[in-house]
Every structure is written in C-alpha cells, then in structure tokens.
Design a binder for this molecule. Sequence first.
Ligand code: ADP
Ligand SMILES: Cc1ncc(COP(=O)(O)OP(=O)(O)O)c(N)n1
Length: 268
Amino acid sequence: MKQAMALTIAGSDSGGGAGIQADLKTFQELKVYGMSALTAVTAQNTLGVQGVYPVPKEGVIQQLNAIEEDLRPQALKTGMLFSSDIIEAVAERIHSFQWKNIVVDPVMIAKGGASLLLEEAIDALKTHLLPVATVITPNIPEAEVLTGLNIITADDKRRAVEKLTELGPKYVILKGGHDENPKEAIDFFYDGSELKELRSERIPTKNTHGTGCTFSAALTAELAKGKSVEDAVETAKLFIQAAIQNSLEIGSGHGPTNHWAYQENNKQ
Ligand SMILES: Nc1ncnc2c1ncn2[C@@H]1O[C@H](COP(=O)(O)OP(=O)(O)O)[C@@H](O)[C@H]1O
Ligand SMILES: Cc1ncc(COP(=O)(O)OP(=O)(O)O)c(N)n1
C-alpha cells in the first residue's frame, strides 16, 4: 500500500497545542506520514504568544526544495506564514512543483491577540496564495479581513464564501467557532455552487487552543489518503469534535485539544 504523506508549512508553537506541533500530531493520529517546513518560531504557551521569530525566506524555500527532491507530499496545508516574502515564496514553490491538494488556513491572530501575520502580508495572501489553494479554512474574523464584509448572519456567510471563491480557491470552509451560536458550532462548506452546513454540538470549554490548526491538518491528512474534499471535511469535523470534547486541562490559559481522542473513540 502506498504510504500517505502530508506536509505542513507553518509556525512552531513551543507549547505544543497549535502550529506545526498540532499539525504533526494530527497527521500521526490519522496514520499519515508528516513533514514540515517551518516559517517562524513562536515562544508560546496556553496563556498566549510571547515572541515571534520568522525564518528567513531562503530557509523556507530550502526546506520545500528538500522535500520536493526526495519525498513529495500528496497534500499540504499552510498555517502561520507571517510575511509577504514567505507567502510569495511558498506560493511560487507550490505552483512550480505542481503540488496538489492545497489547504490554506489563513492564520492571522492567535487566541490571546498576538499577530501571526503582518498587515503588509494580507494582499500577498489574497493575490499569491489563494489562487493556488484547493480549499481555504478561514474563521469568521479572518474571512472578514479577506472580504471586507461584516459577517454576522447566514446571508453574510453566504456572501463571504462566494466572495472568497472569487479569489481563487475551489472550496471554502468558513468555520463557525467564533460565531454567537451557544448550542452549535456550524461550519459553512461551499464548493462554488452549493452551500452545505457542517454541524456539531458546541462544547462549553475554554480549552480550544489550536482548534483551527487541528481541523485543517485533519482535512489535509484525509486528502493525502486520496479522499475527496467533501469526504475529508466530514472526518475533519469529527476529529476536531472529539479533540475538543476531550480537551486537555493543562496550563493555566486556553488548554490544547486532545489529538488522540478521535482514534480512542474509534477503537473496536
Ligand atoms: N466550542 C466548540 N465546540 C465545538 N466545536 C468547536 C468549538 N469551537 C470551535 N469549534 C470547531 O473547531 C473548528 C475550528 O474552528 P475555529 O475555532 O473557528 O477556528 P480557529 O481556531 O481558526 O479560530 C471548527 O470546525 C469549529 O466549528
Ligand atoms: C504557531 C501558531 N500557528 C497558528 C496558531 C493559531 O492557531 P489556531 O488553531 O487558530 O488556535 P488559537 O491561536 O486560536 O488557539 C498559533 N496560535 N500558533
């Protein structure tokens, strides 16, 4: 059997709950061989981000070249990319290597408010990276920045996903973690014509550090196995639901999600 292989291009979270660490843990749980290209080192824990140290663009390019030369991913995701320099380099490599199944999680701001994307990089994200994306997974504040819309109602969400599709990605998943619904966490899935809702119970917990990273990593892992985007997102939603339901009460801030809960639940 061919081994499924996935790549994450993202920042490091020293606390292990988000970023590269969350992505690799998720790949591993879903039995996908994980590779990483680091874009930045953050000093971070459950209380927030204390420092950001970007990797020079040349270092990011060299990591991607090394992966292409020898390993080739069947799917990849991008997370924290930080600067327009890094975004342009990543988009160029994805294009020239003709990598497929590209998940763009347009990470902008960490839970505590720290900026993980420079203001100057927003244009590059829209003009360089979204056109090469297969699927993008913004949360509501990120979708507001990318579209310039105020997103509150279901109609706003429809308008937002349509507008985001015009920027290039084939599919848009507008995540509902930040909306006001106290009972359900509803994500909107748009394939360019049909809008579907992915619903789950909203779990009342403060331990949601790394939810977005984990969700997009699960989606990427399933794409690497050859699933369609429609099927991969169903598994990603179940994976994040189990991870939040069994989140870890560690640290004194927003604890991380539990990456092994999905497999534990699915053991015979
Ligand atoms: N309290 C919660 N209960 C259940 N699902 C949640 C909860 N918070 C977020 N989610 C889900 O986690 C995933 C990540 O969403 P979100 O938190 O909006 O992303 P981000 O971490 O990028 O802000 C989505 O599928 C969302 O519906
Ligand atoms: C290094 C790094 N990358 C991404 C994030 C944001 O992760 P996310 O899943 O959106 O979770 P929260 O920041 O909302 O907890 C991050 N914090 N660090």
